[in-house]
Write a protein that binds this ligand. Structure first.
Ligand SMILES: [Zn+2]
Length: 82
C-alpha cells in the first residue's frame, strides 16, 4: 500500500481534517466511520469495518441481534449438531 506523510494543524476545538489523499487511499467516503486509537507511538486511524464476533473477519458480515457474524461462521454454527 502507498505510504503518505502529511502535516495538518489541529483546530481549536480539537477537530482534525482527514486529508483528501488519505481518504482516497483508505477509500473513506462521506458518512463512513473511522476508528481512532492512540498509543505510545502516536495516533492510528483506519476505516471502520464491521467485524465478525467469532473470527474477526470483515467479509460478508451480517448483523444478528445487534451482533456481527460472517457467513462462514454462520454456516459453521448451522452445522453444529445441537
Ligand atoms: Zn466469522
Amino acid at each position: 500500500m502507498e505510504s503518505l506523510h502529511i502535516v495538518k494543524p489541529v483546530m481549536e476545538n480539537g477537530r482534525f481534517l482527514l486529508p483528501k489523499k488519505v481518504r482516497e487511499l483508505l477509500q473513506v467516503e462521506c458518512n463512513d466511520t473511522v476508528e481512532c486509537s492512540a498509543g505510545p507511538d502516536g495516533i492510528y486511524i483506519r476505516k471502520h469495518m464491521e467485524h465478525c464476533l467469532f473470527c474477526g473477519g470483515t467479509e460478508n458480515v451480517i448483523a444478528f441481534k445487534d451482533k456481527k457474524i460472517c457467513c462462514h461462521c454462520l454456516q459453521a454454527l448451522r452445522s453444529l449438531d445441537i
